[in-house]
Design a protein around this ligand. Structure first.
Ligand SMILES: Nc1ncnc2c1ncn2[C@@H]1O[C@H](COP(=O)(O)OP(=O)(O)O)[C@@H](O)[C@H]1O
Ligand SMILES: [Mg+2]
Length: 334
């Protein structure tokens, strides 16, 4: 069991404030996903949690015990990176057993731990292979297995699937979901820039913005009730449509937002009048980009194959209830 408490955490590199007053309480066994734009401090926060990076202020505790000054190897935390960094000349078994041999565990115990982890990760039949004889997804599973055998209380993943091609990403994502279920007491923190990974794996998502926690919530809370324009624009793909100025003022807001799936094509004269700029066909659905005179085109997500040509005049409507309103500071209005 491992409850992680991050209190008033600051991290500076020279004159730069990278993390600013981060406060998070992560209950034991929770799967938390950190998302945010590139450079917002996700990796730095993971490295501070692991102890690879010293904090500049604040505290970290595990189950109420302050670990801020505890060396990385004694925190009970394991980290898996984007690059798997396996030992190329060692078999899968030996890669997974390495840390346990260093700890001087007995042969039978090492064997049992490695076989148990291999079974959880469907690596049982690959234990004799060398890393170069594995696919990228299999290699990443070995890297995860190498961490699991150490029975970490907290598991940190920094964009572990971003080197994999699309099909392997989906497969490995499902394996990580299964792994989470097989390790119910292990707290997991996972960094990704992939919307689907964040939405499907997370019990809760933490959105970071320039080194601060912008919002914490379940995936659906963040999707349906983003607290700010920033979260509204960051969670969801394609992005939420955001309109400012006169269009927003009509709704008593500085900015309004409407998701692409909540827009529909209406009769001429209804809603927003616009011109079709382009259509992307994804097979099961289409994204229609419509110029309504705002800074960016509005995106309409519509099922099936939308039959529009560039330059078609269209009218976009949205249910009143699907329009989110934000004030001038970017906070959502009730
Ligand atoms: N060792 C370092 N020295 C100085 N600046 C760093 C160091 N590591 C990261 N940074 C800076 O901290 C910021 C956050 O980086 P990082 O945590 O890697 O972001 P993310 O993982 O969200 O993309 C970036 O501006 C980066 O340049
Ligand atoms: Mg990073």
């Amino acid at each position: 069991m491992a409850r992680l408490t991050i209190s008033n955490l600051d991290k500076r590199f020279g004159a730069f404030d990278i993390l600013k007053d981060v406060n998070l309480e992560i209950p034991s066994g929770e799967f938390v996903v950190f998302v945010g734009p590139s450079g917002c401090g996700k990796s730095t926060l993971l490295r501070c949690i692991s102890g690879l990076e010293a904090v500049s202020g604040g505290t970290l505790s595990i189950d109420g015990v302050d670990v801020t000054k505890v060396p990385p190897s004694q925190r009970g935390i394991a980290m898996v990176f984007q690059s798997y960094a396996l030992y190329p000349h060692m078999s899968v078994f030996d890669n997974m057993a390495y840390a346990l041999k260093i700890q001087k565990l007995g042969k039978a115990e090492i064997e049992a731990k490695v076989r148990d982890a291999a079974r959880k990760l469907q690596l049982d039949l690959l234990l004799d292979r060398l890393p170069r004889q594995l696919s990228g997804g299999q290699r990443q599973r070995v890297a995860i297995g190498r961490a699991i055998v150490r029975d970490p209380k907290v598991f940190l993943f920094d964009e572990p699937l971003s080197n994999l091609d699309a099909a392997l990403r989906v497969q490995t994502r499902l394996e990580i979901a299964a792994l989470k279920q097989s390790l119910p007491g292990t707290t997991m923190i996972y960094v990704t820039h992939d919307q689907v990974e964040a939405m499907t794996l997370a019990d809760r998502i933490v959105v970071l913005n320039a080194g601060r926690v912008e919002q914490v919530g379940t995936p659906l809370e963040l999707y349906e009730r983003p607290g700010s324009v920033f979260v509204a624009g960051f969670i969801g793909s394609p992005k939420m449509n955001l309109l400012a100025g006169a269009e927003a003022a009509k709704f008593g807001a500085a900015t309004i937002g409407v998701r692409p799936e909540h827009l529909a094509f209406g009769q001429p004269g209804e809603g927003w009048a616009g011109t079709v700029m382009r259509t992307e066909h994804l097979g099961s659905e289409s994204y229609v980009y419509v110029d309504v005179g705002s800074d960016e085109p509005m995106i309409v997500r519509t099922p099936g194959t939308a039959a529009f040509a560039q330059g078609d005049a269209v009218a976009l409507t949205a249910d009143e209830g699907a329009i989110l309103r934000f004030d001038a500071g970017g906070s959502r209005l009730a």
